[in-house]
Design a protein around this ligand. Structure first.
Ligand SMILES: [Zn+2]
Length: 144
């Protein structure tokens, strides 16, 4: 799976994630999901982490519902979610893997471990009979 995201959306996520520290920040991603294997993120939603910790997140359900309505109204489909890791690398934690329940979703993780150089990666977390399989997806940031 290849995923494209606009630089301006990445910048907004970073801004939001920095302002939410020390808690994890979170949100949803939406856009187009054509059958050719390239997903296009057209909108990033910055939502409230109701857990308010630096170890995990829960997206505010009311905000989530509102975001999904907004996606439908704008002809977009839900593509997955994103959250920040204020102090740890950009890869799914054991908790992230345990809670991932959508094999088709893209999970974006933004690491602020080095706040001067935030790292954003995308993952697919597939359920298998013998556990879960985590794969890194190809994330392309569109400049300009
Ligand atoms: Zn995480």
């Amino acid at each position: 799976m290849r995923i494209t995201i606009k630089r301006s959306d990445v910048d907004e996520m970073i801004r939001h994630a920095l302002s939410e520290r020390p808690d994890e920040a979170c949100g949803l991603i939406a856009g187009r999901d054509p059958e050719d294997g390239t997903r296009v993120i057209e909108k990033v939603y910055l939502l409230t982490n109701t857990d308010h910790t630096n170890e995990h997140f829960s997206i505010d359900p009311k905000e989530q519902l509102k975001a999904v309505k907004d996606m439908r109204a704008n002809g977009m489909v839900p593509l997955g979610n994103w959250h920040s890791h204020p102090e740890t690398p950009s890869r799914p934690s054991e908790e992230d893997i345990r809670l991932a329940n959508d094999s088709r979703a893209s999970y974006l993780i933004l690491s602020l471990e080095n706040e001067d150089a935030p790292v954003l990666n995308a993952f697919c977390i597939e359920k298998k009979e013998d556990g879960k399989n985590v794969r890194k997806e190809e994330l392309i940031v569109l400049e300009g």
